[in-house]
Design a protein around this ligand. Structure first.
Ligand code: PAF
Length: 296
């Protein structure tokens, strides 16, 4: 495994790999790797001939007052995890390498970025889309692996890849959870002991919403109310949103139908946690005014 610090160096290595006919798998991260990241790396190692992991805490995606300065970092542990998982290149550019001067070019995906996270972190996805576009331009043709925990981020990235014709196949990998259901996140280390005890309520909220949707409830507000009720088990947290939406648009266009996504975001004292899960509402017959009807 090689540690690569410059854009030119990474490009040269990947160019040689492609010239030799090797495929490239790319896992973009901000470091502080956990088993969720390792599952992305495992998917890349299994599917591609060369695996690149980038570790870069991207300041563009943090708003003033967010946790940029405190964001957990442990490069030694990260490189050890990458080596153990069979990574070929760990790309660790510093700030001057990525942004040698103030960034003038910003990538925005406004419609996809607007709801949910966009309401609470309005500048976040422009920062993500800009750095991901830059990383794709550096890495070149690849399969890029993202965690489904950041469902809206995956939607933003898919759209930017399609709109800007990046030669990248986006692969969304399943959420990895603790045994009590808490989705793995680098930010879980911010939870106090009591908050950590309450945090699995996010998973329970998704379960409550899924139970209702699977029982045939197509009213998004009713599903969301059940999710919010379940979050009463986490009184230390403040709900940013609970949402039952169409999985592709992240919007509600009438009664829930086909592939839906349930999403939650809860703020604890220092950690803000997000989670999501999906369901498929079966199509009903033409006489049934349930799932497919948009009439009241
Ligand atoms: O998901 C993350 O860790 C980040 O948003 C990403 C994709 C690495 C961009 O900085």
């Amino acid at each position: 495994m090689e540690i690569v610090e410059t854009i030119a160096d990474l490009r040269a290595r990947l160019h040689a790999d492609r010239a030799a006919g090797r495929t490239v798998g790319f896992v973009p991260t901000m470091g502080y790797l956990h088993a969720g990241h390792v599952s992305l790396i495992d998917a890349a190692v299994a599917a591609d001939d060369r695996t690149v992991v980038s570790i870069f805490v991207n300041p563009l995606q943090f708003a003033p007052g967010e946790d940029l300065a405190d964001y957990p970092r442990d490069l030694a542990a990260d490189t050890a995890a990458c080596a153990a998982a069979g990574v070929d290149y760990v790309f660790v550019p510093d700030l001057a390498e990525m942004y040698p001067r103030p960034v003038e070019t910003v990538v925005t995906v406004p419609t996809v970025a607007a709801p949910l996270e966009g309401v609470h972190r309005p500048s976040h996805f422009a920062g993500v889309a800009t750095v991901v576009a830059k990383l794709f331009a550096i890495v070149g043709p690849c399969r890029a692996y993202f965690g489904a925990k950041d469902w809206q981020q995956v939607a933003v990235v898919r759209r930017l890849v399609a709109d800007l014709s990046f030669p990248v196949e986006v692969v969304a990998c399943p959420i990895v959870r603790e045994s009590d259901g808490l989705a793995l996140s680098s930010r879980n280390v911010y939870l106090t002991e009591e908050e950590r005890r309450q945090a699995p309520a996010l998973r329970r909220a998704l379960d409550a919403g899924l139970a209702l949707a699977n029982a045939g409830e197509t009213d998004a507000a009713a599903v969301e109310a059940a999710m919010a009720d379940a979050l009463a088990a986490a009184p230390a947290g403040t709900i940013d949103y609970v949402a039952a939406v169409q999985a592709d648009s992240l919007l509600v266009d009438g009664p829930l139908h086909d592939d839906i996504r349930l999403l939650v975001a809860v703020r604890f004292s220092k950690a803000r946690l997000i989670d999501n899960d999906g369901a498929r509402i079966p199509r009903r017959g033409p006489d049934d005014r349930g799932a497919l009807s948009s009439a009241p």
